[in-house]
Design a protein around this ligand. Structure first.
Ligand SMILES: Cc1cc2nc3c(=O)[nH]c(=O)nc-3n(C[C@H](O)[C@H](O)[C@H](O)COP(=O)(O)O)c2cc1C
Length: 361
């Protein structure tokens, strides 16, 4: 199986893009947790498409309906089930990919894995739409973390070859994270905004697409959260972040750059201030031995350019067994990066929330 994850809280995700709906069942949240439904819907709207010409023109409000596990404003402790009904589906857009496999998408591997029984309409279970359920689960996990004083925020670090200013890895304030969350196009350096947007629009015009990097920070994590080896906080985060369709790279702290440093530069030297142990740099991204060290946890996700593009590409028609060419029509995102921002935060919140409930901590 692949749709179930979690050690202390169990998540079971379901649905197809053009089926009746998508959703998630969450098992293991304690009874009596008050939920801020407005805040949940706000997170959903951060991911929802159709808000500007930078994203697909599909109009999906992504309104969540909670079916169970929630009563009189609080969780009941029994499985919490949420659905988002599909409303704006145009399945004929997808007839062409029934047999002609899209380069860069999961049509070929999905067919192979499910013996051709997979629902290919709208990319089925491989659609980015499925991540709406992650955002719902993440919104609740975030509320849980915020009660512990832990906050997550992120920004668009790059679009194609245009870069924002990175986080100051030693110092991330709650104010800066809150500010990013309220922004339609979250950046530190607002002067790169129009270049990034134009880059996306140009790709759209050229019937092409562009990728980018999302950089995220988690602050106020207690020192000592996580485990070594298989359940290291890095592994858990990476597990969930790589579950997000289109994420092709995850790095922590200095990430791949650390390989080109000397130990004397890479080591984060310690100091003590007001009885708190801190580090002068944060190349390890807040984690040592898979366990938090009290510095901001910093990670980046590489998001690939979406596969569905109008530009003519070489591929294979599985019904004839012949080489062919494909130009994908329909309503696709010229870049996923903006819409993936709340998804990345949600996956991180789910990963960290799992440790909050770890028995015997
Ligand atoms: C929010 C979101 C929206 C997406 N929208 C599209 C899209 O419009 N077109 C597309 O080809 N891929 C889109 N994707 C990515 C595909 O779902 C993904 O590339 C595909 O399932 C193959 O998986 P992989 O890229 O992880 O290998 C989206 C992903 C996310 C997270």
């Amino acid at each position: 199986v692949s749709g179930i994850w979690g050690r202390n809280i169990k998540y079971s995700i379901f649905g197809e893009s053009h089926g009746k709906g998508i959703g998630i069942v969450i098992d293991g949240f304690p009874a009596g947790m008050k939920l801020d439904l407005e805040e949940i819907q706000f997170e959903m709207s951060r991911r929802a498409p159709g808000k500007s010409e930078l994203t697909t023109s599909r109009k999906e409000a992504d309104k969540v309906e909670i079916l169970s596990g929630y009563f009189n404003g609080a969780t009941t402790g029994t499985p919490l089930c949420a659905v988002i009904y599909n409303t704006n589906t145009i399945s004929k857009d997808y007839d062409v990919i029934k047999n002609i496999i899209r380069p860069g998408h999961a049509d070929y591997t999905g067919k192979a894995r499910y013996d051709g029984f997979n629902d290919f309409r709208g990319s089925g279970h491989f659609s980015g739409r499925i991540t709406a359920s992650l955002v719902f689960a993440g919104a609740i996990a975030k509320q849980l973390l915020e009660r512990e004083g832990i906050f997550i925020g992120s920004h668009i670090y790059s679009i194609y070859n245009i870069y924002d200013t990175p986080f100051d890895m030693n110092n991330v304030s709650l104010e800066s994270l809150s500010e990013l969350k309220q922004m339609d196009f979250p950046l530190f350096d607002k002067t790169v905004s129009s270049d990034m947007k134009n880059c996306i629009l140009k790709a759209k015009e050229e019937e092409d697409s562009v990728g980018g990097i999302i950089e995220a920070a988690v602050i106020n994590l207690p020192v000592g959260m996580g485990d070594p080896f298989f359940d290291s906080l890095e592994s858990t985060l990476a597990h969930l972040l790589f579950s997000i369709p289109a994420v092709k790279g995850v790095e922590f702290g200095a990430g791949f750059k650390i390989a080109g440093m000397k130990g004397s530069d890479a080591n984060d030297e310690f100091y003590i201030e007001n009885n708190k142990i801190k580090t002068h740099s944060n190349n390890n991204g807040g984690l040592l031995g898979g366990i938090t060290n009290g510095m901001p946890l910093i990670f980046r996700c590489a998001i690939k350019p979406p596969a569905s593009i109008g530009k003519l590409q070489r591929t294979v028609d599985l019904s004839t067994g012949e080489n062919t060419e494909l130009s994908i029509q329909g309503r696709h995102d010229p870049s996923i990066v903006l819409r993936a921002v709340p998804v990345v935060e949600a996956a991180a919140a789910m990963a960290i929330a799992d440790y909050i409930f770890q028995k015997g901590r």
